[in-house]
Write a protein that binds this ligand. Structure first.
Ligand code: NIG
Ligand code: FE
Length: 411
């Protein structure tokens, strides 16, 4: 609300292009995923926290009353990007492990030796809630500067009652959408996964379910088995949480089948998914969330994005921002990898980080599109053509970000 009591309005004008997914509904699949509506020489008018109007400059009527204007010459407007898979709440770093991997150790070896995720658990447990909030805020700022206006954040580095709940609160207070990753690894005080799950389900879930929107599990050799994942997810579903899985990262352990059986929202990673998994996912409502930075960093095969889309699967793309496998907050870089490594077009990458990512977070009615009535979340690219989102690899492609109708950041 501005000084005169009117809801504040923001006019992004003289934009080179205004771009949004063209296909209706969510998730977008097959050829619809790549269809993009481009308006040249256009504007976006935000009224309070909502988009009021989108159109060509020649159709812009006089806007009376107080309006803040942004000169969009040479810039493209895209929907604020949606990062549907991040691990933002952690303390410390794993730069030492990064060097060990650069020298030839593998991620799974380091994990089995008690490093990896468990070393971040140790640092996170030692941090305290205020420090965790500061860490989430710092990471959310990095994401904002890369064009992300909505992010999901997972817990999973506490693995005890206090720090799991503190992590979920920190994510929520700092504007993220919290997912309880209670089954990320077995913490050192338990010698088997089932005993840990008894504790997590019995002692943490009741409170976690009041803060989080979804639950997640790392279904993988060395982490949780399919039976353990089923038990955890069924309990989480019973408590009202949406279901997500880290699956097929290193090996196929039945994650897709389990997600389909339990009506999960997504299976994320899919680097190891074979032909049957692609078919099974394509025939379902489960979204495949592809995380090409993790595949790149760990030297794994890339997920088969082209084949998934062609088979009719709904896919989204995300950073997987975390201290181990993907210390990267940039969805534009993810789009670059999608176009150069996964065989996707710029339009498909855009649909995957907007509408389809919003669908994974059950917000596709409100975010992910530049349409009247949607949240006024807009990225302004420093480029005359929206495809620079993916084309400008690792570049400073974001010029400004509008969130909830306000200029939240400008380069
Ligand atoms: O999505 N695969 C498991 N979890 C994360 C990595 C977490 C970490 O290494 O700290 C992932 O890649
Ligand atoms: Fe992850």
């Amino acid at each position: 609300v501005s000084s005169n009591g009117e809801p504040s309005r923001l006019l992004l004008r003289d934009l080179a292009q205004v771009v949004s997914a063209a296909g209706a509904g969510a998730p977008l699949r097959g050829s619809e995923l790549g269809e993009v509506a481009v308006l040249e020489d256009a504007f976006v008018l935000c009224d309070g926290a909502r988009i009021a109007e989108v159109g060509r400059m020649r159709d812009l009527r006089a806007v009376d009353g107080e309006v803040e204007e942004v000169d969009g010459r040479g810039l493209c407007a895209l929907p604020g990007l949606v990062d549907c898979h991040t691990h933002v709440c952690f303390a410390g770093d794993r730069v030492g492990e990064f060097e060990l991997r650069a020298r030839g150790s593998s991620y799974e070896e380091l994990h089995a030796a008690g490093g990896g995720i468990l070393s971040t658990v140790e640092a996170t447990r030692a941090a305290g809630e205020e420090a965790l909030r500061a860490a989430v805020r710092r990471h959310a700022d990095w994401m904002l500067h890369a064009g992300t206006t909505t992010f999901e954040g997972k817990s999973g580095y506490g693995l005890d009652r206090e720090i799991e709940l503190a992590s979920l609160r920190a994510i929520s207070v700092e504007g993220g959408i919290p997912t309880w990753l209670g089954a990320h690894a077995v913490p050192p005080e338990y010698d088997d996964a089932d005993a840990y799950l008894d504790f997590a389900i019995g002692e943490v879930l009741p409170e976690a379910a009041r803060i989080a929107e979804a639950a997640d599990v790392f279904l993988e050799r060395g982490a949780f088995s399919a039976d353990q994942a089923r038990r955890y997810l069924e309990a989480c579903r019973e408590a009202g949480l949406g279901l997500r899985l880290h699956g097929d990262q290193f090996s196929e352990q039945g994650a897709i089948g389990l997600a389909v059986e339990l009506d999960g929202r997504s299976v994320d990673h899919l680097e190891a998914t074979g032909d049957d998994g692609i078919r099974q996912l394509a025939a379902s409502d489960v979204v495949g969330v592809l995380l090409p930075v993790a595949a790149l960093v760990l030297g794994r095969p890339m997920p088969r994005g082209r084949e998934l889309v062609d088979a009719g699967a709904a896919i989204a793309l995300a950073t997987d921002f975390n201290p181990g496998s993907a210390f990267c907050e940039s969805l534009p870089l993810v789009c670059s990898l999608a176009c150069t490594q996964l065989g996707l077009s710029p339009g498909e990458a855009l649909g995957a980080v907007s509408v389809n990512a919003a669908h994974v977070l059950r917000r596709a009615e409100r975010i992910g599109r530049l349409s009247p009535g949607f949240d006024a979340d807009v990225v302004l690219l420093d480029a005359p053509d929206w495809r620079h989102l993916a084309y400008h690899i690792g570049g400073e492609v974001v010029s400004a970000v509008v969130r909830s109708g306000r200029l939240a950041w400008r380069r």
